[in-house]
Each structure stands twice: as C-alpha cells, then as structure tokens.
Design a protein around this ligand. Structure first.
Ligand code: CAO
Length: 261
C-alpha cells in the first residue's frame, strides 16, 4: 500500500493534493517494512560497495533441450532419496568445470594491494530468496562434488534458508556467484558483483522458442539466457566470453558434466 501510494505520487496520477504529512508517514512505514527484513542491512552495505566496480556484462543464450531430457530421466531417482533436482546443480557443476580452464575468474580482489588472490576451491555463492530477504550462501569445493552431492548441498541450504537459519560458515568464503532469477521470470539482466569476488552469472527463465536447425528448418528449442558480469579492472571481455562459451558447451552437452571432462 505504501509503495503503491509513493508510485502514484511519482507518476503524478494522484488527483487529491499530496499531503506532506502523508508522504512522510508513507516513507516511515516503507522504511520500517524494509528493516523488518533481516538481511536488508547487509544487502544495502554490500551493494553500495559494488557501485565502485566497473561491470562488464556479457550475455548469451543456450539450448538446454538435452539438459531438460537428462533431468527428467533422473529426477525421480533423486526424489526417492528425498531430494529435489532442479537445473541449478548442472549450472553450478558447469561453472566449476569451466573454471578449471579459467582459474583467474575464481579469485578475490584486494583493492588496497591491487592484487588478485586466485582460489583453488570453487565455493559457488548463490543468491537465495528467503522470507527474510536476499541471502547468498555458498556451496564449498564444488570442484570435488558430483551432481548428486551438489544437489544435496543445495537442498540443505534451501531448507535452512526457509527457516532463516543458514550458518555463518555457509555464508562466508564464496569465490564466484550466481543468481537464478529465472525461477520468477526474465531473460537478460545485469547482475551485481559481490565484492571481493570478480564474477557473477544470472540465469533467465527457460522458454520454448523457435530457432533454426543446421538444415535451416525452424524447430522448437528450449532456450536459457545467461548474463555474466565481471570486474573489468581485472577481467577483460574476451576472457569472460571464452569462459561463457565453455560453460555453454557443458550446459548444452550435460553428459560431459557426468563424466567430468
Ligand atoms: N527456468 C525455468 N524453470 C526453472 C528455472 C529457470 N531458470 N530455475 C528453476 N526452475 C524450476 C525448477 O526446475 C523447479 O521446477 P520443478 O518443480 O519442475 O522441479 C522450479 O523452477 C523451482 O525451483 P527451485 O525453487 O528449487 O529453484 P532452483 O534450485 O532452481 O534455485 C534458488 C534455488 C535458491 C537459487 C532459488 O530458489 C532462488 O531463491 N532464486 C532467487 C535468486 C534471486 O533472488 N536472485 C536475485 C538476486 S539480486 O536481487
């Protein structure tokens, strides 16, 4: 209600005279509503810090038809183990496999010493929507985990997220971030880097869209959009584009994620 009132004022569709007292009251209510979300303060701080980073954004689309087929084949087996299997474990494993060839992207920046600390462990941070607001826990050492193990970790974090009881250990030590806003919708976005990390990826909603096959026939294709944002002080556009191509190769050919090459 408060937001709607403020939007009305901003759009000048309010016919009655805008009362200063009413605006003040609305702003106060809005600020109370925001601060009731436990994690908003942290989001404020980290996102303000990110404003200083020159973001290079690179986007592409992938055909995830094979991935959808694979997930459908094995989903029930995961369910029997009490686990939900989404696309995220595959996206996460694909990042880790691509990082093995682009280790410079799995690094933390030190702006004081103007240096990069390249990390061996792939601790993949994921933006999570919780009742208390946005939180970014990470799955540790993804380079050592298979799809089943990543799924277990993701399910564990989601369960804790719902109860607002994610531990400080889960929240610290991330080296590379992702955000699956595609659970809500959207295509391309500009994700904001979580300093001191240097790259973040964001996925849009998978959509069935017409595309050409190799014989120029129009076919129904399952398209996933991805947008990467990289810190342009330390990552050039070509590096992120090559990384994205490799990630795309894994997501489009997920059997490589199972055999680990
Ligand atoms: N396109 C289409 N369908 C998608 C999808 C996508 N990009 N991502 C997930 N889905 C599907 C899943 O497969 C699942 O479907 P089924 O019920 O058929 O299995 C359903 O949507 C719900 O998935 P999920 O909630 O289990 O989500 P996930 O494992 O894919 O992602 C998490 C987990 C924590 C990343 C997600 O729940 C979340 O919180 N995303 C929000 C991220 C966010 O807030 N980003 C903004 C950050 S900046 O403010």
């Amino acid at each position: 209600d408060v937001l709607a009132y403020l939007v009305k004022i901003a759009n000048k569709t309010e016919t009655e005279e805008v009362s200063v007292a009413k605006v003040d009251q609305s702003i106060e209510q809005l600020s109370k509503a925001l601060s009731s979300k436990k994690y908003v303060k942290h989001m404020w701080k980290s996102m303000t810090q990110s404003l200083a980073i020159p973001h290079f954004v690179y986007s592409d689309e992938c055909d995830v038809s094979k991935l959808i087929k694979l997930r459908n084949q094995v989903k029930e087996a995961f369910n029997k183990q009490g686990l939900g299997l989404s696309y995220m474990p595959f996206f996460i494993k694909a990042i880790s496999q691509a990082l093995l060839q682009f280790p410079i992207l799995n690094a933390l920046i030190n702006t004081e010493t103007e240096s990069l600390d390249i990390k061996q462990e792939h601790n993949i941070s994921l933006a999570m929507d919780t009742p208390d607001g946005l939180i970014v826990p990470n799955i540790k050492n993804v380079q050592k985990l298979n799809i089943f193990e990543i799924t277990k970790e993701l399910n564990r974090l989601q369960e804790l997220g719902k109860k607002s009881s994610i531990s400080p250990t889960d929240l610290t030590g991330g080296t590379f971030s992702i955000s699956n806003i595609g659970i809500i919708g959207g295509t391309y976005t500009k994700p904001i880097i979580l300093a001191p990390q240097i790259v973040i990826g964001a996925f849009g909603k998978i959509q069935k869209l017409p595309r050409f096959d190799e014989h120029n026939n129009v076919i129904a294709t399952n398209i996933l959009t991805v947008s990467w944002a990289a810190d342009h002080r330390v990552v050039d556009g070509v590096t992120i584009a090559k990384f994205s191509n490799l990630w795309k190769h894994y997501v489009e050919n997920p059997s490589f994620l199972l055999i680990g090459i």
